[in-house]
Design a protein around this ligand. Structure first.
Ligand code: NAP
Length: 348
């Protein structure tokens, strides 16, 4: 039976009796909502998915094999069973290492990979990339396959039909979409339905300084029952506060794409303020940033990541961090709320 929507008390309504929009989303749910969003997604052994996913994008890149293994083991020790990789990461090393680490407990893990970041979302490219991904992972079947990005050059019907066929052939169990706009996801989900396929999961970017998803994607996901597994909860490291130090080492200092993505000065200010707040609370800014992203009612599990196990610990600590509404609001207020999709600012 579908769970009933959360009750909205008078205190949560505005002067016109409408639900207050905290940011953009009109109500908050307890963490127990994780189970609901993932209700039909399970490991092969039947376990529910963990409320954090680990992203293996650094495996074989900034994290060598030993550091990658240490992070995988730390995740398993913390109870994570949900792992994310992609055909395009680290020339295949990410999938190869994840496959090696996952082999022992394969049925107890939920392994998601992605295709079509390059080469387009046509049938031939998606099939060829998934075949290589499965070989690297050492798995006949992946648990979930994402289309890594929208491909304007391929008829969407071809993409969705190919996914349905690959699902029917047993090459993957579920389908997801990453970096799709809301209208693109709705169109894809509609076409998929015609092939008996459900879009199960969305993977947008979402963190305290990248909140565009609140406008359309997260409300859509809540309405349509898509699980949301957002990436970059730390803003690629910005929200750890480390870039307040001159000569800080890390992705934003070493990678031009990330430097540009997080290049606005207010974002760095937010990083500094979050770090200061974490200091006052005796916790780590990464713990606050991951918990904040996880706490959005439409989010099922943020994808955490790091370059080594020491870095990873504050993100894993989000599993046990209690964030009440007041603290959530305080953190939300450190950043800019995106304007509503209707442009009717006076109603936001
Ligand atoms: N679908 C997509 O297009 C897409 C895009 C990006 C990521 N993803 C997925 O999402 C996962 C997570 O994304 P993300 O890596 O961008 O997440 P993130 O949590 O925003 O950033 C992680 C990075 O922050 C830095 N960091 C982490 N903990 C730290 C600490 N305690 N102190 C200082 N720095 C720290 C590390 O980078 P440095 O040490 O280099 O600074 C680390 O690699 C990826 O692994 C991948 O699976 C998907």
């Amino acid at each position: 039976m579908a769970p009933s929507p959360p009750k909205i008390s008078a205190a949560e309504t505005d002067k016109n009796g409408r639900p207050r929009s905290n940011g953009v989303f009109p109500f908050s749910l307890p963490r127990a909502s994780f189970a609901r969003m993932f209700s039909d997604l399970k490991t092969l052994s039947g376990d529910a998915l963990s409320p954090l996913c680990f992203g293996a994008m650094q495996f074989g890149g900034r994290a060598n094999e030993a550091a990658s293994r240490a992070m995988f083991d730390a995740c398993r020790a913390a109870g994570l069973n949900f792992f994310d990789t992609a055909y395009g990461y680290t020339d295949g090393a990410s999938e190869t290492l994840l496959g090696q680490f996952a082999a022992k407990d394969r049925d107890k893990l939920f392994i998601a990979t992605k295709v079509a970041s390059t080469g387009g979302a046509g049938a031939a490219n998606m099939r060829a990339q998934l075949d290589i991904s499965r070989q690297r992972l050492g798995m006949d079947q992946v648990d979930l396959l994402y289309v890594h990005r929208w491909d304007a050059g391929t008829p969407l019907v071809e993409t969705m039909q190919t996914l349905a066929r690959m699902r029917d052939e047993g090459l993957m169990r579920h389908v997801g979409l990453s970096n799709f706009a809301a209208w693109q996801a709705m169109k894809a989900a509609d076409l998929a339905q015609g092939f008996g396929l459900k879009v199960a999961m969305l993977q947008p970017m979402y963190n305290l300084v990248k909140r565009q998803a609140e406008v359309e994607i997260l409300p859509m996901a809540a309405s349509e029952g898509f699980a949301v597994v957002p990436y970059s909860p730390l803003g690629g490291g910005l929200l750890t506060g480390k870039y307040a130090r001159a000569a800080a080492r890390g992705r934003l200092a070493e990678d031009q794409m990330y430097a540009e993505r997080y290049g606005l000065s207010w974002m760095h200010q937010t990083g500094r303020e979050l770090n200061a707040l974490a200091g006052q609370l005796g916790t780590h800014a990464a713990t606050l940033a991951v918990t904040w992203a996880a706490r959005h009612p439409a989010v099922s599990a943020p994808i955490i990541s790091a370059r080594d196990a020491t870095q990873l610990m504050p993100s894993l600590a989000a599993l046990d961090f209690e964030m009440d509404d007041r603290l959530y609001d305080r953190i939300t207020a450190l950043s800019q709320t995106p304007p509503p999709a209707t442009d009717r600012l006076e109603e936001a």
